[in-house]
Design a protein around this ligand. Sequence first.
Ligand SMILES: [Zn+2]
Length: 99
Amino acid sequence: MSHTAEANTARCVHCGREVKPTRHTRTGYRVDYYSMHTGESEPGTLLNEDGSVEMVYQKLLHAREIITCVDCYARAEAQAERERLFRPERVNGATLQAD
Ligand SMILES: [Zn+2]
């Protein structure tokens, strides 16, 4: 077992299996996982010069990489988990209650 390779090992957050980098060939490429950047966020506001709100945005506090292997990506539970990890405020907050 190579310890240098182990340091760069990426694992699926759902099943824990090791994922391989995307392999490019002459005719195309083979994807082994999907990666998504997310993290804890808080609402931030951008103000106009007169102090009125120009826009509200989500400010990223702690970045986190979510890795999903192709096997899990096909599963509905994994899709739901990705959605929850990507937008925790949607699960806990007002969007769900709006229906
Ligand atoms: Zn997986």
